[in-house]
Design a protein around this ligand. Structure first.
Ligand SMILES: [Zn+2]
Length: 337
């Protein structure tokens, strides 16, 4: 496979001006308006893509990195080689006068070689950022220790195009030309016994991935100990399961619900609410140890009845039975035959 530099017939050290001029000369040769052959069309597409990529600083550095071109150090090395050549030239003229020059030059050149080797190793590394996740645990778990699965959004260099975004001149289909792939990674984290509210747990290297040889970030779990046993947790948020009666479900209702840390709140159930419907109340949940603000509260309603219904109530339900026009199990039978 030809590199973009080969396609444009330029060295990896080419400046933007050189890239533009190479593109113009190739375009004069292969532009579909000028050259009608199929082959020319294909070449022009490649030329176009090569120039587009190399003229964009960001794309170019990604491309260079993916394919092992290091433009900056090449440029530097070339400049250094150039200055070394000039020094050599001057020195050579001097040589006629100075007989011991050869020895000096060897020393100078060895030093230059060493310096060059050092610079080649120096590539700009980018370290990955830390990721912070809030986790709610029960009082019991805080005493005995526990484990938690944590979902971490992970972005890594596309394994198909290696971050170059293009393969053989066309957009990489695996990453849709983004150069990276994001996915959820599940990490099992052990929480030791006797942790306190607000404790931090560090999982090394499980944060954002480093780039260009940089270090990975760390993953931090910030623990919040559940204060009220009435609240379950869902995805780290407080979850309240509230029983409601069938008529509240049908007609809607205003009910009082507890919120974490001994508070309460009026909550409106809209008419025709079905069982297991979950509502999200913003800023009514657990106090987030990291932001010092309340997370959201999840409220799940469960339609229920109490067994001690009065005769009158049962009579009214009988009237509903007669009036009932809906088939509650219609969908169910469709699924189960
Ligand atoms: Zn890709």
């Amino acid at each position: 496979m030809k590199s973009y530099y080969d396609i444009l017939d330029i060295p990896p050290t080419a400046t933007k001006e050189e890239i533009k001029s190479a593109f113009r000369s190739k375009a004069r040769q292969f532009h579909p308006d000028i050259n009608h052959s199929f082959e020319a069309e294909m070449i022009f597409k490649q030329v176009n893509l090569a120039a587009k990529t190399l003229l964009d600083d960001n794309l170019r550095s990604q491309y260079d990195f993916a394919y092992g071109f290091n433009q900056k150090s090449y440029t530097k090395m070339n400049q250094e080689a150039q200055s070394a050549r000039e020094t050599y030239k001057k020195a050579s003229e001097e040589y006629k006068k100075q007989s011991d020059f050869a020895k000096n030059f060897r020393e100078f050149f060895n030093a230059y070689e060493q310096q060059k080797a050092k610079k080649e190793q120096k590539i700009r590394k980018i370290d990955g950022k830390d990721i912070v996740v809030n986790v709610v645990i029960t009082k019991q778990e805080a005493v005995l220790g526990t484990t938690r699965k944590v979902n971490v959004l992970e972005s890594e260099k596309c394994p198909k195009c290696f971050g170059a975004k293009f393969i053989n001149g066309s957009k990489c289909s695996f990453c849709d030309g983004k150069g990276s792939k994001t996915s959820y990674k599940k990490i099992n984290v052990k929480i030791p016994p006797n942790v306190r509210d607000g404790s931090k747990i560090r999982v090394r290297n499980e944060g954002e991935q480093g780039k260009f040889g940089g270090k990975n970030g760390d993953l931090y779990l910030i623990l919040a100990i559940e204060k009220n046993a009435a609240f379950k947790t869902f995805d780290g948020l407080a979850l309240l399961e509230v029983p409601i009666s069938p008529f509240e479900a049908v007609l809607g209702a205003q009910i009082k619900i507890p919120v974490p840390d001994n508070g309460s709140k009026m909550f409106t159930i809209p008419p025709k609410t079905r069982t297991n419907t979950t509502f999200r109340l913003s800023s009514c949940g657990f106090l987030n140890a990291q932001t010092n603000q309340r997370d959201d509260l999840m409220v799940k309603v469960i339609i229920d009845i109490l067994p001690n219904l009065s005769d009158k109530e049962i009579e009214l339900y009988r009237e509903i039975l007669i009036e009932n026009k809906t088939q509650i199990r219609e969908e169910f039978y469709k699924n189960y035959g």
